[in-house]
Design a protein. Structure first.
Length: 391
């Protein structure tokens, strides 16, 4: 059997597809991943009699399922839902024979919208644990490796620099001077390095982390937010910078903006000390698992799929949260949760001041990633489930 993996949407869906492809390759099964030119990839899949796995949000169903099906392909969707699902989409999903969801949390979200439970099979995302590993050095320990990413991100970091310049007695330094100073700070091994990765930082709990850091000893803490230049990030960054200024953290946060190779993201995770992302909504949380696979302790929160990937007190801390609704860049209501800042404070303070605990939790996270999220086992499940499908 041959598989064609069709992905649509954010880079995380393509990473999800790469994980599955890696697992199939390890099993000796031919496959290919298409993140673009899906129609052409589907044509080839039909000619090769491939089974297509369509990866994306339920909003992408027309691209990763309807279009390939209309061309004669056999397709199994693998869907995520970060928040609510429309009634129209639920009716459409009930017409399918079955489909994968990325977590039990997603399954409950689909059920609440009216999707019949027997239509869904929970399949966690898998990753290449050889690639996402703690072994090896990171180039980011050399300050010069930060220059290009910081230069690419200067339009966002300028907001932070402007906030710094407004502090009493602060001079206005050039972007170049601050760039080199920031690069040296990021490469300073004495810093406790926090990392958050997402399309925007606020949806990944960045504001809750900032509030949690307000009452901790953060003199040697640096927090990097790796984001994309999206409407949501442009909406939230000014408030994040304002919040950081209010609590005296402006000099301790840095944005890295844009799309980068997987090797850079891996180096960024390896560079970090703690992965801090108590997300407001999360359908799986692949960066959480990537961080665990790189032996980093993870701070996240209850009420999302991150509860299923992390174990509180073992692989990091899963802090309490409360229901929360906010408006996104399209002025649409988003339903999710918000982590308790005091609990975030306690979790971060504990990890910041206890290196041995960070090591133990990182090792447990690596073990959990190997045991539950290795791509080979996920791929074997897909092969077993699709063995009887017509090709």
């Amino acid at each position: 059997m041959h598989y064609t993996i069709l992905t649509h949407g954010t880079a995380s869906f393509y990473d999800q597809g790469l994980g599955l492809a890696r697992g199939l390759t390890e099993l000796g099964i031919p496959c290919r991943v298409a993140g673009r030119f899906i129609r052409l990839a589907t044509q080839r899949a039909v000619s090769r009699r491939s089974v297509c796995i369509g990866i994306g949000s339920w909003r992408s169903l027309s691209v990763i399922y309807d279009q390939p099906r209309s061309m004669g392909a056999t397709v199994v969707p693998w869907l995520v839902s970060d928040d609510t699902v429309s009634a129209e989409a639920a009716c459409r999903l009930n017409e399918l024979e079955w489909f994968y969801v990325t977590s039990e949390w997603c399954q409950r979200t689909f059920e609440e919208a009216g999707v019949e439970p027997h239509k869904m099979r929970v399949l966690y995302e898998g990753l290449d644990t050889h690639f996402w590993s703690p072994s090896g050095t990171t180039l980011l320990d050399d300050w010069r490796q930060w220059i290009v990413p910081l230069w690419r991100s200067r339009h966002v970091n300028r907001l932070r620099l402007e906030a710094l310049s407004r502090r009493p007695g602060a001079g206005v330094a050039s972007d170049g001077h601050n760039l080199f100073a920031t690069a040296r700070l990021l490469a300073n091994p004495s810093q406790v390095r926090l990392l958050t990765i997402g399309q925007d930082a606020t949806s990944k709990g960045f504001q809750e982390v900032l509030r949690g850091l307000a009452d901790t000893d953060h003199a040697n803490v640096i927090h990097v937010a790796k984001i994309l230049n999206t409407p949501c990030s442009r909406l939230h960054v000014p408030r994040e910078v304002e919040l950081a200024a209010e609590i005296g953290l402006t000099a301790r946060i840095v944005y890295i903006v844009g799309r980068y190779r997987r090797t850079f993201i891996r180096d960024l995770i390896r560079w970090s000390t703690i992965y801090a992302a108590p997300s407001r909504h999360e359908g799986f949380g692949l960066p959480h698992v990537q961080a665990m696979s790189c032996a980093k302790p993870v701070v996240t929160c209850r009420g999302t799929a991150a509860e299923e990937t992390s174990i509180d007190g073992v692989t990091g801390f899963v802090v309490p949260s409360t229901s929360f609704t906010w408006r996104n860049s399209s002025d649409c209501l988003v339903h999710g949760v918000r982590a308790d800042p005091l609990a975030v404070r306690d979790a971060l303070s504990t990890l910041i001041h206890d290196p041995s605990l960070r090591q133990r939790m990182g090792d447990e996270g690596r073990h959990r990633a190997l045991e539950h999220f290795a791509c080979r086992e996920i791929a074997a499940r897909v092969v077993s489930d699709t063995a009887d499908l017509p090709d």
